[in-house]
Design a protein around this ligand. Sequence first.
Ligand SMILES: Nc1ncnc2c1ncn2[C@@H]1O[C@H](COP(=O)(O)OP(=O)(O)OP(=O)(O)O)[C@@H](O)[C@H]1O
Length: 628
Amino acid sequence: MSSEETALKKTDFKYKIGKVKQTPPVLQDKNTGLEYIELKPRANERVYGCTVFQGHYKEDKKLGQGTFGEVYRGVHLETQRQVAMKRTLVKAEKDLFPITAQREITILRKLSHKNVIKLIEMVYDYPPSASGTNGSSPATPTVNSTKSFYMILPYMVADLSGILHNPRIKLEMAAIKNILLQILEGINYIHCQKYMHRDIKTANLLIDHKGVLKIADFGLARNYYGAPPNLKFPGGAGVDAKYTSVVVTRWYRAPELVLGDKHYTTAVDMWGIGCVFGELFEKKPILQGQTDIDQGHVIFKLLGTPSAEDWKLARYLPGAELTRTNYTGNIKERFGKHLTEAGLDLLGNLLCLDPYRRLTAMSAKKHPFFTEEPVAAPTLQLPCEECHEADIKRYKEEQNKSASQLPPPAPQGHMIEKTQNAVPQIPKRPNGPTTGPNSKPPPTRPPTGPRAFVENKRGVPRSAQSPATNAPPIKSAKLSTYSEQSRPSRYSGSYNAPEKANPNTAARIDTRYNSIPKKRYYGGLPSNVPEAPSRFGSQNSRYGQPRDAFSRTSQYSDSRFSNSRPPATTNPNETPLRTQRRDGGNTHPVHQPSSANGSIHTATEKPETHSLQPRQNAKNSEDIANLY
Ligand SMILES: Nc1ncnc2c1ncn2[C@@H]1O[C@H](COP(=O)(O)OP(=O)(O)OP(=O)(O)O)[C@@H](O)[C@H]1O
């Protein structure tokens, strides 16, 4: 074999995923100078560096539906510990691996914080149907069988979405503050590690049996460029590059994303936290736009259409036409009944339309809301009941059942006679959809927009709704491609009436459940877009003037508006998140080829710029137990 051929063969096996139990020697390619590790195919464990599923783990109950697979509760047989397994299916024939799953693995391996989910290890298997589920018999792969990769995570008894939908759980203010502080701690850590999460929502906030909240689902997360957040300045970090704006589940999507901003910052996560904060009171997502454009209307309805003074850069964004609406906002009316002045101030500053005035996690933790009575509970106590996304259907069935036991309705004679006016009508809105009293009840299961989008011929991201299994059908068809938004009619006058929401999915929280005595508790202790002026005069010019973190007055008459934008800072690492729809729809999965022996290449993602945190390798059951 010639030396060239040898080099080529060697470089085939440069990348790997998973836990390395013995470090093989690092070799150097003579031609390219690149370092590589030679992988030897294994007889029993088909993928190098991964534990095999059979004999080590056992699948139990399904907990949730993910974009590329399902999440299960399971058991680690050696330690008999409960674990969660996030399964990613990879077609054996094509040998491809989804990039979102790969990003999640890469990032999770680098993060280590109490309020961030930990990746225990990666496990590899043929699906249980092909090899049996009892974990006793070894896998007998068939020729065309699909490979499964499992991310093994510590098992969490609940996610916040499940908790909020559980009619038996009532969150007091002290518990709400505890939850909020834990989210802020976790997100502050993530931001300081120079990552944006980009999918903050209640379903991704998990809670363990001790009441410790963990931020999960890093499938949309990415590293950002520029300086990390600083206590002195509001806004966010990461403005120095261009990212895809089709991120974050629609109902939690920040206004700058809705308006098509690509130079966004970690502030998009802070908006999501503001949405979660409001949801803790209303027990359903607070901003339920029915299309991507409707999302903008719904946001401005709550917070008021921003004036040029409120949000100077808005009019330079591709979706600026939305700022020509005339909503007055009703945040105080809506949340005044739940919150004090300080609470409203915190909510208003998290849901600040201008991302450069939005609170950072660092500042939000210090907000006076947390020092006023009642202060945050030292630990979060939850009833001894599992509450996951998958349980929401069950809660609804329970509620329907109890509703059917209600006394029969009043006889006809006692009812107000229906008039023609009572016939439901599609509300007319001069500037797009509203969510006023006449509007239809919105679905309570969030859309799964950002994961599923394709690019059209012009390279503009085009959302493709990917309804989850239980999700109400939300037609996405009319879409917020900003190339289309240059047509004024999309914003003025002829707005398509939003699709009728499924009334069965509307939140109907029956307060009677709240009186059911709690059981045992978990818890340790109880169109003509003008050219935009630059907002980055120099790389750090936005840090030029210190600003009071809680001030909402404009402080942006600075150099950022007079300097021109620097030459393309487009991030070369930003891989468009073209992913496969859950429903197997017409999108293009981004997979990565694996090598002939089943190891996975990670070539499409550039290595992260940060140093890798050392990660514990579990060699025996004791080590493994420590990891759980
Ligand atoms: N470690 C865990 N313990 C318990 N339940 C979990 C765990 N991880 C995930 N889940 C459950 O599975 C659901 C989906 O998980 P996750 O969000 O990580 O998957 P996903 O593929 O990213 O989903 P999506 O595409 O909807 O964001 C969660 O909402 C939660 O209910």
